[in-house]
Ligand binder design. Structure first.
Ligand SMILES: [Zn+2]
Length: 180
C-alpha cells in the first residue's frame, strides 16, 4: 500500500503524518488485489461483454476480503459511508450500468453501510465538487494504476473541501449513530 500524497510506501495504507494536510486524503486501502481471476472478472464486468450479473460474485469477493482485513475493521468504527464514482453519460449509455454503483449497492447491503451518491456530474466543465470531467473520464476510462490513484486523491480533496457535503455526511453519520 502507498501514501497517495507522496506515492511512497505506507505499511497501513494511511497517509504519512508529514504528508497530511487539511484536504488531503487520509488513506487508501484496497479490498482485493487486481490480478488473476479478479482482474478477469472486473474486466468482463466493466467492458465487453458487459456482464452486469458478475456483480454478485464481485460483491461477495470484496465482502469476504474486506471483513477479513483489520484495517477495514478499524475504519468501520468511524461509521463510514459508501460513495460510488459517477460515470460519464457516454460510458453509462455504452455499458448500461455504473459498475461502481452496482458494487457499492451490493456492499451497502452486505456490510450494512449507508450508500450516498455524494458525487454528481454536471454539464459544466467542472462538476459540483470541483472535479473536472476530464479527470473523471480519465479516472474511469483507464485502468492505469497511477491515474486511478490520482483520481481518488482528487475526489477525497473534493469531498473534504465541500462544506455542504461535509454537512450532509455529518448528518448521515449522526443518523447512523442514532439508529445503532
Ligand atoms: Zn506520504
Amino acid at each position: 500500500m502507498i501514501c497517495l500524497v507522496c506515492n511512497k510506501g505506507s505499511i497501513d495504507g494511511l497517509t504519512h503524518p508529514v504528508c497530511k494536510s487539511k484536504y488531503a486524503i487520509d488513506g487508501a486501502f484496497c479490498a482485493v488485489a487486481y490480478k488473476g481471476i479478479v482482474k478477469k472478472l472486473i474486466y468482463n464486468f466493466k467492458y465487453k461483454p458487459y456482464l452486469a450479473d458478475l456483480r454478485n460474485i464481485l460483491v461477495e469477493l470484496f465482502y469476504e476480503s474486506i471483513i477479513q482485513q483489520e484495517i477495514f475493521q478499524k475504519a468501520f468504527k468511524f461509521s463510514p459511508i459508501l460513495v460510488p464514482i459517477p460515470l460519464s453519460t457516454k460510458r453509462l449509455r455504452k455499458r448500461g450500468y455504473n459498475h461502481s454503483k452496482l458494487l457499492a449497492e451490493g456492499l451497502s447491503k452486505s456490510l450494512n453501510l449507508k450508500l450516498v451518491e455524494a458525487l454528481q456530474r454536471t454539464k459544466d466543465t467542472k462538476s459540483q465538487f470541483g472535479l473536472k470531467l476530464k479527470d473523471i473520464a480519465t479516472l474511469l476510462g483507464r485502468a492505469d494504476h497511477t491515474t486511478v490513484m490520482h483520481g481518488v486523491e482528487k475526489i477525497a480533496r473534493s469531498l473534504k473541501s465541500d462544506k455542504n457535503l461535509c454537512g450532509v455526511v455529518g448528518k448521515i453519520r449522526s443518523s447512523v449513530h442514532t439508529e445503532n
